[in-house]
Design a protein. Structure first.
Length: 131
């Protein structure tokens, strides 16, 4: 991916630091930040948040897949799928996770989360939250 480039020689540039913050566009990037680039853009993730970002993304991806399949099948509306799930939808989604934990590749391809991750997410959803 390229946003801009300058074809001039590099003779006037001087390295003033290694493993120091840099500016990319209007964002300060720290050493160790993870760069995620897609067609939609680039995001920099601090390393201490990387696992949380990945896990949240995988949960959302499974939920979106399931909800959009339900819309295609006429089980509910797009508004229901993209908004707050009804209690019945939550129950059905958790059951779908449990029933399909070992074959999530069938739905999400080779980049599907592991069965252990899916089972842990289903268990987390099944556990009543304390308020």
């Amino acid at each position: 991916m390229v946003r801009d480039f300058r074809p001039q020689a590099n003779a006037s540039n001087l390295v003033i630091g290694v493993n120091c913050p840099i500016q990319v566009g209007y964002v300060t990037v720290m050493p160790g930040d993870i760069v995620l680039g897609t067609r939609e853009g680039v995001v920099f993730i601090p390393p201490q948040l990387a696992q949380k970002v990945v896990e949240s993304s995988e949960r959302t991806r499974m939920q979106d897949y399931w909800a959009h399949q339900g819309v295609k099948e006429g089980k509910w509306t797009a508004q229901q799928a993209d908004g707050s799930f009804t209690p019945d939808m939550n129950t059905q989604f958790t059951k779908w996770l449990i029933d399909n934990a070992d074959n999530m590749k069938k739905f999400l391809g080779d980049a599907a989360p592991s069965a252990e991750f899916v089972k842990a997410y289903a268990k987390e959803r099944s556990t009543p939250r304390q308020q």
